[in-house]
Design a protein. Sequence first.
Length: 290
Amino acid sequence: MEKVFVAEIGNESIVINTFVDLDTANPKLLGQGISYTTVHHGDIEAGLKSAVQDLEKEIGTVGSLDEITIYASSLVLPHRLEKHKVPSYLKNKLMPTSEAILRAAQVIYEEVGEVLVIDVSPVSTNVYSIIEDMSQETMAEDLNVINNTLPLVELIGEKKVMEHYGSEWEKLNTINPKTPKEMIFRAELTAAAIGFAVRRHTKSLDNKKNVNFNKIRWIVGTGVGLTQFPNALEIFQESIEKIRDRFFEDRKEIAILLDKDSILTSLGVLPKAYRKATWQLMRESFGLEN
């Protein structure tokens, strides 16, 4: 049972997804390990090792990182990453997160047609699309639902937020929401971020080319800023419904799906040799196993 590891290196965390049997008819997501990133300390490897230790709680012995098959994506800007020590086992195996998501989106495009992907990461809300064979991405660091929510609150309207949650709404803004009120607050921020992000993306496309958004077949939500919720699919669907009349008139033909395992980025990093397994694991994460 050969294991393939994919590390997602972010500004706040490092996640390692482990896949097995990628060259068979039954590929599987075996486990996931997570750690705070150590990128800010100039050392990627320390965070990777910590994520592996967390992974070992799920799947047992992993082994030395320089002896396993591992690939990686990085949210950290390339010019910043160059200043860090990149382990030798990641040389030529490290891909920008945006490229990884677009590669995953390309697989969807090849299978079902035009696609829109919304990635709610810990530090931004980003939108990717492939429409009429044209790929486009829109990054929005001000649409931050976890670390610095003030710009997003200002876009929503602080007065409106205070009407809903009171003058001490900032106390509800925690990294790990637990109480019902904290969860509702975070869910509202997430839905708003998705709406703003899609509007910006569609405007950007309109400025470049007259794009028919009704050609979109799938709208996919991913990223831990979204998938952490027990009712993430409901939150995502409702956020799309609020802007659907404006951008997506052909309601019957659009599927609104959630990457519940939050593995879209990792799947985009996998080599093309695992194309069939990538599509199968993707569909399973979307709840489309059959």
